[in-house]
Design a protein around this ligand. Structure first.
Ligand code: ATP
Ligand code: MG
Length: 270
């Protein structure tokens, strides 16, 4: 049975994406995060960062996009990749189409990466959307093709940000440890608990991952760096939304059902 989503409608979610009218404290907070990230990345050969969190809806996609925009504002060439091929939202946030993207490149449907990258969605910022939802995201992310793609974009762009699923639900983010500089963890204020953070960090350690830094998200408006508080129920669950089920235009489906693990690791037929 369908469950009530704890997400805001996408049009309202766009209010959290920084723009020229964003409050000074918000843009300054992201600039501070940018400076810290540049220091964290300084000793790293790779400039590719994976943005993740412990659990769903903690603000990964929003903060990944805002960090990428802030980095691009410096004039650096920046690419953001939507590697959440289970619940992609970047294309909706920036309002571009998602007919092709990471999944079609990794799945061998698109040969030319440059062709599917949306150029200059903001000054200096390009985006590779998720593409149609594939049946095997973890397999695709750990493939040789993913390694080659990251090598190519790593050479071409000054900075690359990867929006990834939460580490306590699926292994996708951890699979990219080998080919990236490290992870930026989004911690949602008054929501992400210490046991979850400890468990997530343990998993990063076990997979030889590196933590580049933490972002404290959804801070209370009385705090120094904050958006207004928005309360919603915390659910330890990774739910797939109906709107993602674009079965007609999904080259991966071929009329068959697609299997994904739910939060308990069971397969969920969409
Ligand atoms: N600063 C904020 N204050 C209040 N709500 C926010 C804030 N940032 C994001 N949100 C809302 O929280 C929800 C989750 O945000 P987002 O999609 O960035 O999280 P996520 O961790 O990527 O989620 P998922 O695990 O589904 O990929 C969205 O509805 C978004 O609009
Ligand atoms: Mg997300």
């Amino acid at each position: 049975m369908a469950q009530k989503s704890d997400r805001l409608p996408i049009a309202r979610s766009r209010q959290f994406i920084i723009n020229k009218d964003s409050p000074f404290v918000i843009t300054e907070a992201y600039k501070t995060a940018r400076t810290n990230l540049i220091f964290s990345l300084a000793p790293c050969k790779s400039k590719i960062s994976v943005v993740t969190s412990c659990s769903p809806t903690e603000g990964k996609s929003t903060n990944c996009l805002n960090l990428a925009i802030t980095m691009a504002q410096m004039g650096a060439s920046v690419l953001i990749i939507d590697a959440d091929m289970r619940k992609p939202v970047l294309h909706s946030l920036i309002e571009v189409d998602n007919k092709a993207g990471l999944s079609t490149v990794l799945g061998g449907i698109t040969d030319d990466i440059a062709q599917v990258i949306h150029q200059q969605v903001r000054p200096s910022l390009d985006v590779l959307t998720s593409g149609p939802i594939p049946p095997n995201p973890a397999e695709l992310l750990s493939s040789k093709k993913m390694e080659q793609l990251l090598e190519i974009v790593g050479e071409h762009y000054d900075y690359v940000f990867i929006d990834a699923p939460p580490v306590l639900v699926v292994s996708d983010a951890l699979l990219m440890n080998e080919y990236t500089a490290g992870m930026i963890f989004v911690i949602k204020e008054n929501s992400t608990g210490h046991p979850a953070i400890n468990e997530a960090l343990e998993r990063v350690k076990m997979t030889n991952g590196k933590i580049l830094g933490f972002i404290r998200a959804n801070c209370n408006s009385k705090g120094k760096h904050s958006y207004k508080t928005y309360k919603y129920k915390y659910q330890y669950q990774y739910k797939y939304e109906d709107k993602n089920k674009d079965t007609e235009n999904n080259p991966f489906l071929n009329g068959e059902n697609t299997q994904y693990p739910d939060a308990q690791g069971n397969d969920t037929t969409l």
